[in-house]
Design a protein around this ligand. Structure first.
Ligand code: ADP
Length: 436
């Protein structure tokens, strides 16, 4: 009921009541007494309603409010409405708070909220994992007491959070954490701890790669530079020396060219995680590998055999697989002395089709085997240089195989020979025919 209508009806009722009292008073000729008693009755009735209301508010506001149309009913319903609205608002706040906490709990970064005394107010599950905190067990504990790393304690105690802090996780040395603290509100702080292990490793790899490439280019450039300076000095130009200089410069220029080509090939293969696949006929692929091998062997007395179980067709990237196979065959030729035997084969196995290159050449000592596919890793730098190696061949093979869901297997005995192989999974085999 709107306020003004209630007020009007209350006034009308009051006036009617006092009229009645006046009539009764006139009738009994005791107007003052009747008005006094009548007023007292009203005060008592309202006092009783007031006490009931106070009891309802304090002890049973959850009970249904009085629904009658009196002004007391109106007050009850008003209070009841605002209690319900408050309850609803509280529910919404609790649900928003728990959603916020669930969200913060699901963050991959560790979050710790603490106050200006460094007492922990809340932490999420990543913080528990990274920093070894427990919740709610560590509520109210001092952050600088729980994390005992000296540098971390000083960082928190000093309170200068303009810089980030990188430290190993107190829980696991292999995990590197980057800590940042931001202040908010009047005296609250939030510590964010991020796992930067992979990022740091990538950054180290990038630095190493730049250093390796610079180092690889430095030697041929120094040689070229040296000869060019000699040629500048006109007195030194004699035909024999000229021939020697041009041969050396050509070799070094060729070395730099191979290096750049291999680097470009590697970067192309690494970035094409899903290469454009096509149908590859293995007999055609093998013919291309054979042509390259024959050119590389030239006049050298090295025997090489090619075997193909069946005329398979597989699903893959032809240019990449050709590069992988050619690299393996070229290594076998380059690292096998004259008189060696090399066998190149595509054979059906229980889990797919295996490509293998076996030689009875130099072989490799066991401690090198796990590092062979690293960029620029060589067993013997001078031998690799002699054979025109860049140290990138096996790295290219590895990445091609990753793109074809395969891995490189290496078996080698120093002084006896090596076998490099990989299996193309059965699922990539499209058809099998007879070798024509
Ligand atoms: P490179 O371009 O120097 O040949 P690779 O990545 O192709 O680089 O090979 C890495 C190293 O592995 C080579 O330097 C070489 O010492 C060794 N290696 C590769 N294949 C053979 C093999 N068939 N026999 C002996 N050593 C090999």
């Amino acid at each position: 009921m709107p306020d003004h209508r209630l007020l009007k009806s209350m006034l009308i009722k009051l006036i009617a009541y006092y009229w009645l009292l006046m009539i009764i008073g006139l009738y009994f000729e005791k107007i003052v007494d009747t008005l006094f008693v009548g007023s007292l009755v009203i005060i008592l009735i309202n006092l009783k309603e007031f006490i009931t209301l106070v009891h309802w508010i304090w002890h049973s506001p959850h009970k249904q409010a009085v629904k009658n149309n009196s002004y007391w009913g109106y007050i009850y319903r008003g209070i009841d409405k605002s209690i319900k609205a408050n309850r609803q608002r509280r529910k919404q706040l609790i649900s928003a708070l728990s959603q916020f906490r669930e969200g913060a709990d699901a963050l991959p970064d560790g979050i710790v909220v603490f106050n200006q005394d460094n007492a922990i107010l809340w932490c999420n599950s990543a913080a528990r994992k990274f920093l070894g905190l427990s919740w709610p067990g560590d509520r109210g504990q001092l952050l600088n007491n729980l994390i005992r790393h000296q540098q971390f304690r000083q960082y928190i105690i000093r309170g200068d959070f303009s810089q980030r802090l990188e430290l190993p996780s107190p829980h696991n040395d292999a995990v590197l954490l980057e800590h940042r603290v931001t202040s908010y509100g009047s005296d609250l702080f939030v510590l964010m701890s991020r796992d930067v292990t992979v990022l740091t490793q990538l950054e180290q790899m990038r630095r190493k790669f730049v250093a390796d490439v610079s180092h690889e280019l430095k030697t041929p450039l120094t040689v070229l530079h040296g000869y060019l300076e000699l040629i500048d000095d006109e007195d030194n130009i004699d035909p024999l020396m000229w021939r020697k200089a041009t041969t050396a410069m050509k070799t070094q220029a060729h070395r730099m060219q191979s290096l750049v080509e291999q680097l470009l090939a590697l970067s192309k293969i690494e970035t094409s995680q899903q290469p454009d696949n096509e149908k590859i006929k293995l007999n055609e692929l093998m013919a291309l590998v054979k042509d390259d091998a024959m050119v590389l062997i030239g006049e050298r007395p090295v025997s090489i055999e090619f075997e193909l179980d069946d005329n398979f067709t597989i699903d893959g990237n032809e240019a990449q697989l050709l590069s992988a196979c050619t690299n393996l065959v070229s290594n076998a030729i380059r690292y096998s002395p004259d008189g060696s035997n090399i066998k190149v084969a595509w054979r059906q196995q229980h889990n797919g089709i295996e490509f293998s290159v076996a030689d009875d050449g130099l072989g490799i000592a066991p401690h090198h085997l796990t590092r062979l596919t690293e960029r620029f890793y060589r067993v013997d730098q001078s031998r690799s240089n002699q054979t025109g190696g860049t140290g990138l061949g096996l790295s290219i093979v590895k990445h091609v195989l990753v793109n074809h869901q395969s891995t490189l297997e290496i078996a080698s005995v120093e002084g006896q020979g090596s076998r490099f192989s990989f299996v193309i999974d059965q699922r990539l085999l499209l058809t099998a025919g007879t070798v024509s």
